[in-house]
Write a protein that binds this ligand. Structure first.
Ligand code: AMP
Length: 215
C-alpha cells in the first residue's frame, strides 16, 4: 500500500503514520524527521535546512524532490510506504507523480486529516520533546513533570524551535498558501480520502483504517 498522509502542521500526521506503519508493515517516511536528523548530524543538507525550518518556511523543492527520489527507490520501499510531510507544494506533487509513473506505480492514495486551526495552534504550542529519546509529548500528558515517561531521563524537555507560536502561525500560513493546492490537485485525480482529525489517536486511526478498507 502506498499512502500520503496530508494535513496542516499539528494535525497528527506523524502519530498516525507511525501507527499505520506498524499495523500495515510499510515504512514511514517523514521528510521532517529526515531533515531534523540532518540538522542534528550537521550534514551539508542540515546546515542548509536549519534556518529555513526554524522560520517555519519550506526547504527548496529541488532538495526535497532529491531526498524523496533517493528514498522511495530504496529496497525498503518496494512494497509500499507512508509519506508524511511530502508533497508540500504543487511542484513536489508533480515530481512525485512523475516518479510513480517512472516506477510504474498507479495505486497510491492521499489521506487528508482535517482539524480546526486554533486547535492546531494549541496542540503545537503544548508540544515538548525529550532531548534524550526524542519522543514528543503534550504538556497534559507529562502533567508538567520534568521526567520523561519513555526514557525516564529528567529535565530534558525542550520546545522545538518550529513549535513556538510565531513560527506555528507562519507554518499555517505557508500550509494554506503552498500546500493546500496539493489537495485540490489530487482531488481532481480522485485520490483523496477525507478523515476528521479531531478525537483520540485511536479514534482517528480507526477512522483511517475503516475508510481505507471501504475504498
Ligand atoms: P514537519 O515535521 O513535517 O512539520 O516538517 C518540519 C519542517 O521541515 C517544515 O516546517 C519545513 O521547514 C521542512 N519540511 C519538511 N518536509 C518538507 C517538504 N516536503 N518541503 C519543504 N520543506 C519541508
Amino acid at each position: 500500500m502506498r499512502l500520503i498522509l496530508f494535513g496542516a502542521p499539528g494535525v497528527g500526521k506523524g502519530t498516525q503514520a507511525k501507527i499505520l506503519s506498524s499495523k500495515l508493515n510499510i515504512p514511514h517516511i517523514s521528510t521532517g524527521d529526515i531533515l531534523r536528523q540532518a540538522v542534528k548530524d550537521q550534514t551539508p543538507l542540515g546546515k542548509k535546512a536549519k534556518e529555513v525550518m526554524n522560520r517555519g518556511e519550506l526547504v527548496s523543492d529541488e532538495i526535497m524532490i532529491g531526498i524523496i527520489k533517493d528514498t522511495l527507490q530504496g529496497e525498503h520501499c518496494k512494497n509500499g510506504f507512508i509519506l508524511d510531510g511530502f508533497p508540500r507544494t504543487l511542484e513536489q506533487a508533480k515530481a512525485f507523480d512523475k516518479l510513480m509513473k517512472d516506477l510504474n506505480i498507479k495505486d497510491f492514495l492521499l489521506i487528508s486529516l482535517s482539524a480546526d486551526e486554533e486547535e492546531l495552534v494549541n496542540r503545537l504550542t503544548n508540544r515538548r520533546q525529550c532531548q534524550v529519546c526524542h519522543n514528543i509529548f503534550n504538556l497534559d500528558e507529562i502533567k508538567y513533570s520534568s521526567k520523561c515517561p519513555n526514557c525516564r531521563s529528567e529535565n530534558n524537555f525542550i520546545q522545538r524551535e518550529d513549535d513556538k507560536e510565531e513560527v506555528i502561525r507562519n507554518r499555517l500560513k505557508v500550509y494554506k498558501e503552498n500546500t493546500k493546492p496539493v489537495l485540490d490537485y489530487y482531488e481532481k485525480q480522485d485520490k483523496v480520502i477525507y478523515v476528521n482529525g479531531l478525537g483520540t489517536i485511536e479514534e482517528i486511526n480507526s477512522r483511517i483504517l475503516f475508510t481505507l478498507h471501504s475504498k
